[in-house]
Design a protein. Structure first.
Length: 115
């Protein structure tokens, strides 16, 4: 199983980024997918989830209204569109797949929001 995030970078407050997660090694279309983030000195926190078929999405209150999670089951990809970014959104963002009994993570992609 591999999860590879990309799309992070430096963005000004109010800006947008689209994160991508390329997956392989499992039946992607059967797996709910999640994004988490970890800010410096803080615990990793969940930010968004999408069901296997993509019909239902969930968001953390801290970012609700500014995020859109989506997936392309034909390409084994999951995305996170982030808008109106704030300095407190600075973190490493991780893609996650729970394939019981294992829990898989990518290496993360750094998002820095700063002027």
């Amino acid at each position: 199983v591999q999860l590879v995030e990309s799309g992070g970078g430096l963005v000004q407050p109010g800006g947008s980024l689209r994160l991508s997660c390329a997956t392989s090694g499992f039946t992607f279309s059967s797996a709910p997918m999640r994004w988490y983030r970890q800010a410096p000195g803080k615990e990793r926190e969940w930010v968004a989830m999408i069901t296997s078929a993509g019909g239902t999405t969930y968001y953390a209150d801290s970012m609700k209204g500014r995020l859109t999670i989506s997936r392309d089951n034909a390409k084994n990809m999951v995305y996170l569109q982030m808008n109106n970014l704030k300095p407190e959104d600075t973190a490493v963002y991780y893609c996650n797949a729970i394939l019981l009994p294992a829990n898989y993570w990518g290496q993360g992609t750094q998002v820095t929001v700063s002027s």
